[in-house]
Design a protein around this ligand. Structure first.
Ligand SMILES: O=C(O)[C@H](O)[C@@H](O)[C@H](O)[C@H](O)COP(=O)(O)O
Length: 252
């Protein structure tokens, strides 16, 4: 499946068709990595992505995926308790993790007892241990190389908690950092940095709805706007696969 630096783009008639294809894509990668190395490291976003993964908890995937080999991480997380409505962990737990036999020890939620700054540091330290123990692979650059990162995008073109014009876009040393002034509430979050996003073996960028069409154009089309949005900075070492619906692709 993989060609280094390859960008694939598929436009679906409906979100339902997109969800079917996204489940197939995720299951195929799970198969590949479980066979190759006995583990699959998957990074989740918040937002509508979790709903778009709903076909994974239905046949055939619910039974065929080797869930016990999954290791689940978050691209970004809101600094709120894990049972809070705003928690990306809760969103993923309710919609996916509670419905499949993933091992609780393989689910890497943030420590919600810590401040934003401390939670980001703690998450990075845990990732470093998992790279040492070969659960997460390491890129030549030294950044962690996740098998699959599943990204959503906001109408302003943000990915993870990396927002347009924010100084965090330039962070090139830390693996995980924090933000206290997120324009999208809640304001306090931790987030992967671009070097970690772009070290990924595979990235799926899942975007639906007319509100995101301008940002999709900025990344993929002939946009007049010279400011590169965060989504346009997604450029993994491995494969980038866009999953769009017709509304999100309407300006291409
Ligand atoms: O915590 C978050 O806010 C998310 O991880 C965020 O980065 C999300 O992926 C985008 O905002 C897209 O959200 P929608 O899919 O709901 O548009």
């Amino acid at each position: 499946m993989a060609t280094k630096g390859e960008v694939k783009k598929e436009v679906f008639e409906s979100e339902e068709d997109l969800a079917v294809s996204l489940a197939k894509y995720t299951a195929q990668l799970s198969d590949k990595f479980c066979k190759e190395r006995g583990a699959f490291t998957v990074v989740l976003s918040g937002g509508s992505l979790i709903n778009s993964l709903r076909k994974l908890v239905e046949p055939p995937y619910i039974d065929s995926i080797e869930w016990s080999k999954w290791h689940v991480f978050w691209l970004d997380e809101r600094v709120v308790p894990k049972d809070h409505e705003d928690s990306n962990y809760k969103l993923a737990y309710d919609g996916l993790l509670s419905k499949v036999p993933i091992l609780p020890g393989n689910v890497y939620a943030i420590n919600d007892a810590l401040s934003a700054e401390a939670a980001a540091e703690d998450y990075e330290t845990r990732l470093r241990h998992l790279v040492k123990s070969n659960v997460i692979l390491s890129a030549a650059s030294g950044f962690p190389k996740f098998d699959l990162q599943l990204l959503g995008m906001g109408p302003d073109g943000h990915v993870a908690s990396l927002f347009p014009g924010h100084p965090l876009l330039k962070e090139n040393e830390k693996w995980v950092t924090f933000i206290k002034d997120s324009p999208k509430p809640p304001p306090e979050r931790i987030t992967f940095t671009f070097p970690v996003i772009n070290s990924s073996a595979y990235i799926a960028l899942v975007v639906t709805g007319a509100a995101e069409a301008g940002a999709v154009q900025n990344a993929l089309g002939n946009s007049q706007n010279s400011e590169k949005l965060p989504v346009a900075m997604v450029s993994p070492e491995g494969e980038l696969a866009w999953f769009l619906d017709t509304a999100a692709a309407s300006k291409l």
